[in-house]
Design a protein around this ligand. Structure first.
Ligand code: TYC
Length: 146
């Protein structure tokens, strides 16, 4: 409530009784001060926070995305050259790195092609599975949460 209204000191004011005056002064004394940003938004005693009426931007909360490992599985039928080409094309590996990963999968049964955020990993798995199916190879590709 504006001070002028509480104290009835505006043009349309009428006489105030003593108890009205005391009430008005109490209201002024108990109304929180609206402090500006340079006053730290704290009351004069340096106590708790006071509503400054200032709208501030909420702090942007950034979350790092969960990561997923994309794995190739070995089988007895998919040609080695096909696996190497998939690793170069889908996972952007060099010829040497693609060969290394393919041989690792061939010998160990499973191997990592890369680690990506969920949607990137999902897209890569889909691309591998789609090209394998189109070429009638049983190659399997899966993703697992890191
Ligand atoms: N084991 C396959 C072969 O001997 C080659 C192969 C490698 C297949 C890796 C799948 O993910 C794979 N032709």
């Amino acid at each position: 409530m504006p001070l002028a209204m509480l104290l009835r000191i505006d043009a349309s004011s009428t006489a105030m009784t003593a108890s009205e005056g005391v009430q008005a002064l109490r209201a002024v004394a108990t109304t929180p001060l609206r402090l500006g940003p340079d006053e730290g938004g704290r009351d004069k005693e340096g106590g708790g926070k006071v509503d400054t009426g200032t709208i501030t931007k909420p702090k942007p909360k950034t979350k790092r995305p969960s990561l997923y490992r994309v794995l190739l599985l070995n089988d007895d039928y998919t040609p080695m050259e096909f696996v190497v080409l998939v690793l170069q094309d889908v996972f952007n590996k060099s010829r040497d790195e693609a060969m290394r990963i393919m041989l690792h999968v061939h010998n160990q049964g499973v191997g990592e092609c890369g680690i990506y955020p969920f949607e990137v990993a999902e897209t890569k798995v889909t691309r591998v599975m789609d090209t394998a199916r189109k070429n009638q190879h049983p190659l399997q590709c899966v993703m697992e949460k890191q």
